[in-house]
Design a protein around this ligand. Sequence first.
Ligand code: GAR
Length: 190
Amino acid sequence: MKRKIAVFASGNGSNFEAIAKACADGKINAEIALCVTDNPGAYVVERAKRFNVPVIKFRPKDYASKKDFETMLLGHLREKGVELICLAGYMRIVGETLLEAYGGRIVNIHPSLLPAFRGADAIGQAMDYGVKIFGVSIHYVDSSLDGGKIIAQAAVEYDGNDRDELESLVHAREHVLYPATVARLVDSLP
Ligand code: GAR
């Protein structure tokens, strides 16, 4: 029996696609029951259509509070029987409504070797710092920004100054590490 996961994304959705493909190929014993985006114009919506994954699009500013939109999301997640939430470029701190309902079952990917370079544009932050070993982290989500216990990490060595080249290297690593990690997490769901 396939497990049910949700993927939350705000932008391009390349990690969504990597997970969706791994589900379709049977490498993750799950189906993406829901794609959630806080950015209705995001490219992830097109990708979700291609994989026949239902999408919940919302605009946070249409809600009085984070609690209000997370309560709406929770309704959809429960209706679909979602067991694990994977944040994939969801550029928003998860609030207590979702954390209380899905505590320990929300994970995130971040393009740095955490705890270094939390927050937006981690790759740019690391480049500005002169870092030579970049990387990717997957971690449990708590109420902090890119905090929470680390589940998996991979290093990406790069000693150049071509931002596009570095980004492609980091993303390529993400697209391998995230599906493999989600596969493990799905297998360990109770
Ligand atoms: C990814 O690089 C992910 O690690 C990052 O957003 C990108 C989303 O790309 N997440 C964060 O920075 C979280 N703080 P994608 O939309 O192509 O998957």
